[in-house]
Design a protein around this ligand. Structure first.
Ligand code: THU
Length: 149
């Protein structure tokens, strides 16, 4: 856990800045809860995602899945090294780290397994502490994977 963004390593701060920018471009008129995610690839490139809502609520998608699917679609052979996530509510200030939802954890796990290397995940609210997971397995024990199929 880091006390604030300024405590993060410089490259992670930059990645979190990209997640913050992406967050502000979220399409979240229903929840007014904007989430941004930024992925750092092994090439040094970044790929972003943000939540995309829908009047038919379940048809929308979280920022983290938009980001990993965006990477899967546009950089299918890249390795994702790091993911930065930030959320901002238009209702109240989010001062605690906001963890990815269960469905996003499952989706992130698929890409860790595909690339055979861990994805470090840094997550925060709008301000305050930044939490770090070294791998999605820190956040999702006992995941469902291809070995069960
Ligand atoms: N949301 C995310 O983008 N990521 C999460 O991990 C949790 C929730 C979005 C979905 C919805 O657009 C809004 O936040 C409120 O749930």
């Amino acid at each position: 856990m880091y006390d604030s963004v300024s405590e993060l390593p410089k490259d992670i701060q930059k990645l979190m800045n990209k997640a913050q920018q992406a967050r502000e471009d979220a399409y979240a008129p229903y929840s007014r809860f904007r989430v941004g995610a930024a992925l750092l690839l092994d090439s040094g490139e970044t790929v972003i995602g943000n939540n995309q809502e829908n009047a038919a609520f379940p048809s929308g998608l979280c920022a983290e899945r938009v980001a990993v699917f965006h990477a899967g679609a546009t950089k299918p052979n890249a390795t994702i090294k790091t993911m930065a996530i930030t959320a901002r509510s238009l209702q109240r200030e989010l001062t605690n780290p906001i963890p990815p939802c269960g469905a996003c954890r499952q989706a992130i796990a698929e890409y860790e397994i595909k690339q055979e290397s861990p994805i470090a995940i840094y997550f925060m609210g709008e301000t305050g502490k930044v939490a770090k997971a070294f791998s999605i397995s820190d956040l999702l024990p006992l995941l469902f994977d291809k070995s069960y199929l």
